[in-house]
Design a protein around this ligand. Structure first.
Ligand SMILES: N[C@@H](CCC(=O)N[C@@H](CS)C(=O)NCC(=O)O)C(=O)O
Length: 248
């Protein structure tokens, strides 16, 4: 199975150092792709169809042996064997992009030791908190039937996932009571990372009643509205919106 050549962004770009193997529907991929759009860095995007198992192919595993998207390949950086830099894990890719393109307006520089540590704190915490919304709920919404689950099993799994998300949502809501954004009064890549998980529940994907339940989290609601005003929001979310509205 050979991987597609990909598509350049913006469409008038001639070449790009950065290639992202990902998918606009994948939350961590979208965070990385949205960041590149915000930074106005040209990139090539190779769509990896996770629903068709492309991420498990030999070709893809030669790029990421852990068989997950997103993956960044930077041809402007070579190791001593002449191979380009390959990087996976969305949090690591986000900080790499901020450092490489000196966009410390979006992620604190290494010299700002304390703010950088707090930003990293969120990026690490993300995987065992916000990200669980996808692991426990969205995966069921998107892949439940493909995984052979019955309607009832899917509903039960979603309800269980939503229940266990409450503890973290309460903590995040409290944090956003005194902070406009996750790290303070300015948006950062932590907000981009978090929104790509939380924002997918609005509009309700495939009838999931998440937004109803989200109503109790007034500060998260207010924060989501602020994040939607950030640059390139529409471009980064158009494929997801198309998918969810097509199935509603
Ligand atoms: N911790 C990883 C998570 C990546 C991840 O879960 N990617 C999903 C797509 S959203 C994937 O590749 N799933 C395929 C699989 O795990 O088999 C990151 O943040 O980059």
């Amino acid at each position: 199975m050979s991987l597609p050549e990909g598509k350049l962004y913006p469409s008038d770009a001639k070449e790009a150092d950065i290639t992202i193997y990902g998918n606009w529907i994948s939350q961590p991929s979208r965070a990385v792709l949205w960041t590149l759009l915000i930074f106005k860095v040209p990139f090539r995007m190779v769509t990896v169809a996770v629903n068709k198992g492309v991420h498990r192919s030999k070709e893809f595993r030669s790029i990421n042996p852990y068989a997950q998207i997103p993956v960044l390949v930077d041809t402007s950086v070579k190791n001593d064997k002449g191979e380009p830099l390959t990087l996976f894990e969305s949090g690591a890719i986000l900080t790499y992009l901020a450092d490489k393109y000196k966009r410390h307006d979006w992620f604190p520089p290494a010299s700002d030791v304390v703010r950088r540590a707090k930003a990293n704190e969120y990026l690490h915490l993300h995987h065992s908190t916000t990200r669980n919304l996808t692991r426990d709920i969205m995966r069921m919404v998107f892949f439940g039937k493909l995984m052979g689950k019955t309607e009832e099993q899917i509903e039960q799994a979603k309800a269980k996932g939503w229940k266990s998300a409450q503890k973290w949502l309460q903590i995040l809501d409290k944090r956003l009571e005194s902070n406009q954004f996750i790290l303070g009064d300015k948006p950062t890549l932590c907000d981009i990372h978090a929104y790509c998980e939380l924002g997918q529940f609005e509009p309700a994907p495939f009838g999931f009643d998440g937004p109803e339940s989200f109503k109790q989290y007034k500060n998260i609601q207010r924060w989501m509205q602020e994040v939607r005003k950030l640059p390139a929001y529409n471009e980064a979310h158009a494929p997801l919106q198309k998918l969810t509205s097509s199935k509603l």
